[in-house]
Write a protein of this length. Sequence first.
Length: 182
Amino acid sequence: MLIRVVPVGNPPEKVLETVCVQLENSLNSKCRLLRKITLPTETYNHFRKQHNAETIINFVTNLPEVKFIDKEIPTLMITDEDIYYKGMNFVFGLEDPTKSSCIVSLARLKPEFYDESPNERLSVERLVKESLHEIGHFKGLFHCPNPKCVMSFSPSVRDIDNKKKEFCDNCQVRMMTKGIEF
């Protein structure tokens, strides 16, 4: 499987490269890192001080360099900005099956968001877990009841920390039926 990775905003290049390598290893796939996209002002909600994840997905997937015919290839957007989705205070990530795209935000995955010391390794680990989670949704997986599975629902960053960076046996079987080899 090929995964298109689109930096949106200013996520660090080193983080993007590390995430690509880990996704390639975890999913036995290839990542293609596309050029960085500047966030348009219409995605920002001044009242919330956050960007609308759905609006970002709609904007980016309509750009000529990202708009592809092959819907079997997921587009993973990674942003450093805080994002939300309607009815929620925030989201770590969001997947839109109609656009073959998902977005993951690094903002709330960083320890410094919670007034903790910066830790790039932990930030990248969280970002990889959430990226795998959203790609799992892209492949048709739902939230898993196993709290250690990468597909478990994570309402807090502590839930992300508690899950593994891999699919449980049941979700692995489901992923294999979708063409992913582990």
